[in-house]
Ligand binder design. Structure first.
Ligand code: IVH
Length: 735
């Protein structure tokens, strides 16, 4: 691999991992399995090792994930919450032991082996034995305060039994049992709501609910296994800690092993793998920890993970079965996705008869043919994946799969032409076939479901099944048509068949009507996202939504024009550069002319950057700009705008207006008592101000909270006024 190739691959992996992190930690909706994630992370770490010139402090290999979401107060952990390094085979586990043996100067090391619980990490604070706070891991040093939600967990004592330290942070994992997971999903299915992929995601989604009453309806569970800050110190070993936690009345791991040496530890890992399916929580590995606390301290930790503990990840479960057929699903963007129809087989506790095949490239790469014996994997996702085929056991005459031929060159839903397109990470990677008909029933249903999904307008109750039915019966063409569907029609909607009717019902209909009315007031960014404008994802919608006042302004956006103007000039400058390789200068005269031209282009680019594009993030690039402009002049785009107009829906952008901070620049530092950083930033921008990351003489105010650092010192040094949150809120209120 050349350095240039490595650099490209590193960049790709970072984007892929950043997206996976966002989906896993913030949205509780991962799209790739933990195994694939870990593989990507390893490849990245490997490349960064081989090509240190491309290493970077903010690479996903150098930090722990970030689970913080809006709406919760942020709290600092007294002791940082670290992650664990992973190992995948015996040799790696033995290497962990060898490192410790060298570091501590002895081979005779005591370990505990515990289940690695597949939940979400939380830190509980008890003061004088009294439960006072629960905080998520966040980004390690500070997380979201989820105390109210954690209080709904019945098995958690409010008061520790017996003698307790003055102040202690106790670390553990929140989870849902498989039975509770299925109960909730069944309820959601009946109400036409989106299903959760696995217990872990549902637990994570639940703990980040702002409505604690809703949380109380889902039976969260907790298990504790570690200590953070503790004053005074209480234990000398991990085994001792487990006993202590248990004596305090806290739920602890069902089984753990205290062993000597790595051979015994490895044997315990094997035993755990055999027993773990009987546990109340999902487990995805074993955690091997040095037992002795003094030795733990001596081994220390990196920024990310302790050196005294390691996770050994179990391989996801797999099974073999026969592939009977490949069917095609059409998504909201029209992309045709192949699905494996399988001989039903039992895997990880459920019967599997379908699996995803991602795309045609993957079918080729894995040489999967209809009739093949295949190996499937279930790694937590709803739809399991096909891992590989066994060509040696292939039925005679099984032909290579050709998607285009299989569908006769037509969309299997609407019969329109399909085209080959390049796709980005959003739907699949590589090349795909796409139905070209915007009004295809499958696309319509997909867009309606998306429109109503939680990240979009949150019209709970309209999941995939209901959306498909509304479109099938002709009630909805474009998502906004949902507003014209009468309550009575919704209530009597038959989601079953004529023989076995399953009526949607009054209660669900009422819920939808209320939710769609509430959605009218949502800001432009939500509506823009909800309408499935090509290339406009959530971040882009957010950035566009705070730079435009309305759809009308967006349709004729000077900002988007400027983005395209800049892109044109950049391309032209590249082409005209006197040293251009593709277009070499023909003479000295030509060279001089082009030099002048480039200087002019340079000045124009600079003027755009300083003017209309000032502060515009890279998310709003030429692809987004062109796509947005095109969409709103296209027939479907105009049709959507017209419908919104008829419905009296005119969402407002969150554009900064003139206010107390107009012309002022503020810098934030430390933790504020009630406001989150994002909230404070929004308030500043809404009041016309700018937020900057560093203090200079031009800074108007430094807004400082608890544990403010060097920015506060700098402010004092430069004589910049420092204000606390109370003062800040007073200024905003016009005081
Ligand atoms: S100890 C200092 N023990 O796995 C590191 N972690 O992938 C403390 N986890 O962040 C971690 N079961 O959220 C520990 N028995 C166990 C665990 C466990 C699950 C989680 C924990 C950690 C993550 C790392």
């Amino acid at each position: 691999m050349t350095p240039a190739q490595a650099q490209q691959r590193i960049a790709d992996l970072r984007v892929q991992l950043a997206r996976a992190d966002e989906l896993y930690y913030k949205r509780a909706k991962p799209e790739i399995s933990d195994f694939e994630y870990d593989e990507a992370k390893r490849e990245l770490a490997d490349l960064e090792g081989k090509f240190p010139q491309f290493a970077s402090a903010d690479s996903p290999t150098q930090r722990v994930g970030d689970d913080r979401v809006q709406g919760f107060q942020e709290v600092a952990h007294r002791q940082k919450m670290l992650s664990l390094d992973n190992t995948y085979n015996e040799a790696e586990l033995r290497a962990f032991h060898a490192r410790l043996a060298k570091l501590l100067g002895t081979d005779d090391l005591g370990y505990t082996v515990e289940p690695k619980i597949d939940g979400l990490a939380v830190s509980l604070t008890y003061e004088d034995g009294q439960f006072v706070r629960a905080v998520t891991r966040g980004k390690g040093d500070r997380g979201d305060d989820v105390t109210a939600n954690v209080r709904t967990i019945h098995s958690l004592p409010r008061q520790l039994h017996g003698a307790a330290p003055r102040l202690v942070e106790i670390r553990g994992e929140i989870y849902l049992t498989a039975a509770e997971f299925e109960r909730i999903n069944a309820e959601r299915a009946a109400a036409g709501e989106e299903l959760y992929a696995n217990p872990r995601n549902l637990a994570a989604g639940t703990i980040k609910q702002l409505d604690s009453a809703e949380v109380a309806r889902r039976k969260l569970e907790i298990v504790l296994y570690g200590l953070g800050y503790c004053e005074p110190a209480v234990v000398e070993s991990q085994t001792g800690l487990q006993k202590k936690l248990s004596a305090w009345g806290l739920p602890v791991v069902e089984k753990s092993w205290t062993v000597h040496g790595i051979d015994a530890a490895w044997a315990a890992v094997g035993e755990l793998d055999r027993l773990r399916h009987g546990f109340a929580y999902g487990t995805d590995g074993a955690v091997v920890k040095l037992d002795n606390v003094d030795q733990q301290r001596e081994a220390g930790a990196t920024d990310k993970a302790p050196r005294w503990a390691i996770a050994y990840k179990f391989k996801p479960e797999t099974a073999r079965t026969r592939l009977h057929a490949i069917t095609i699903q059409v998504g909201k963007t029209g992309i045709l996705s192949p699905v494996a129809e399988l001989e039903p087989v039992l895997l990880a506790g459920s019967t599997i008869s379908r699996a995803t095949l991602h795309n045609e490239d993957e079918i080729r790469r894995k040489d999967i043919r209809i009739g093949d014996l295949v190996e499937i994997e279930k790694a937590g996702e709803v739809i399991p994946a096909v891992l590989q085929s066994f060509p040696a056991e292939r039925p005679k005459g099984a032909k290579e799969y050709d998607l285009f031929a299989a569908v006769g060159g037509k969309c299997p839903v609407c019969g329109s032409k399909i085209a080959r397109i390049e796709v980005a990470a959003e739907d699949a990677t590589g090349v795909a076939w796409k139905c070209q008909n915007y009004d295809c029933e499958a696309q319509r249903a997909g867009r309606l479901g998306f429109f109503c999904s939680r990240r979009a307008l949150a019209i709970d109750g309209v999941g995939g099944v209901v959306a498909a039915k509304l479109v099938e019966l002709g009630h909805v063409q474009d998502p906004p048509d949902l507003y014209d569907v009468p309550h009575g029609t919704l209530a009597t909607l038959n989601l079953g068949t004529a023989e076995e009717p399953r009526v949607f019902g009054e209660k669900n209909a009422t819920k939808i009507v209320a939710a769609r009315e509430a959605a009218r007031a949502l800001p432009l960014e939500k509506w823009l996202y909800a309408l499935s404008v090509p290339e406009v994802g959530e971040t882009t919608a957010h950035e566009l939504g705070r730079r435009h006042r309305s759809f009308a302004e967006l349709v004729d956006s000077p900002l988007l024009r400027a983005v395209l103007q800049k892109a044109e000039r950049v391309a032209q400058r590249e082409w005209e550069a006197p040293a251009s390789r593709k277009n070499p200068a023909k003479s000295d005269e030509d060279k001089a002319r082009r030099k002048e031209l480039c200087a002019r282009l340079e000045a124009e680019i600079a003027a755009l950057e300083a003017g209309p594009l000032a502060g515009v993030p890279a998310d709003i690039g030429p692809v987004v700009a062109a796509s947005t402009q095109e969409f709103f002049v296209s027939v479907p785009g105009r049709r959507l705008l017209k419908k919104l107009h008829h419905l009296g829906i005119d969402p407002q952008g969150t554009v900064a207006t003139a206010g107390v901070f107009t012309g002022k620049t503020l810098v934030l530092t430390g933790t504020l008592p009630t406001l989150k950083r994002e909230e404070a930033e929004q308030k500043i921008m809404a009041a016309g101000g700018k937020v900057s990351g560093s203090v200079s003489k031009k800074t108007s105010y430094v807004l400082a909270g608890e544990e403010a650092g060097s920015k506060l010192d700098k402010a004092k040094e430069l004589g910049v006024p420092v204000i606390a949150e109370a003062e800040f809120l007073r200024l905003l209120a016009g005081g």
